[in-house]
Design a binder for this molecule. Sequence first.
Ligand code: UDP
Ligand code: MG
Length: 316
Amino acid sequence: MLLSLVIPCYNESANIEPLFARLFPVLDTLPLDWEVVCVNDGSRDDTLDRLNAVHAREPRVRVVDLSRNFGKEAALSAGLAVADGDAVVPMDADLQHPPELLPDLVARWREGFDVVIAIRQARTGQSASNRLGARVFYWLFDRMSEVPLPREAGDFRLLDRVVVDVINRMPERTRFMKGIFAWVGFRQTTIPYVQGERASGETKWGFLKLLRFSMVGLTAFSTFPLRVWGLVGAVVSGLAFCYIVMRLLRTALFGIDVPGYESIIVTVLFLGGVQLLTLGIIGDYLGRVFDEVKGRPLYIVRSIRGRAAPSAVSRG
Ligand code: UDP
Ligand code: MG
């Protein structure tokens, strides 16, 4: 039995040593073989050198170097494609995911679960605006999408080989991993953990980046924003029809009165606004379709240290 950890690293130089200092003792207590797949996501600091140094000391640490920064979701996908384990655990490099939880994850997996999700008990190291944003996002996601997203579940979870194979075969380029993990199903269970503070450095997720990420998540897992305008259109047309009948009757009974500037300008502006909004949303989906159709790889691997992987580029 082999356990793979997948750790995307972007500018995590100061965290690499502390991470492995905490990771190795835990890994050595596990009743199975292990490997660690570190994906260097185009870091601009010396993260890669430090990872390579660890690899030189401990060959079970494999280093996948991407050709540039592709973002966490792509880095994670690269790691999942390279990992050989019978179970795979994605983890952050900043020690917010406590390695001490690994024995518990493995224990639940051994009991027969395919997915063991670590559920965050407290959101430490996050701003109030990000926390509020997360609540709004989950609320919207629940209402719009058929996929139930478990609360407070990040990427920290154990995935059985079967699940990893399914995910690796998913061709979509819009990698909203939380959603993909939930979408595949299988026998899932959860265990709680307390998320620590970021060991060192800053989070890469500002409010705007999270907002964009949420939009991607919503549009990748729901067509509701696209369809709702049909309903809005039907309601507006219905009201307009009633209004037309009313105006016609009024004109027939009482003759024409000319004033009506506000009602015209208000309707024109309102409907113009709604139409632009709708176009924007259609544009958002169209952009995503365009990305999918181009069929570019999700990520490009520059080099791999450790066991050779089947293919250098993601499936086309
Ligand atoms: N990360 C990455 N590529 C990126 C941004 C982040 O590989 O473009 C990695 C980062 O090195 C870390 C993990 O993703 O291991 C989570 O990032 P971060 O701690 O900034 O996010 P947060 O914990 O605040 O959600
Ligand atoms: Mg973090």
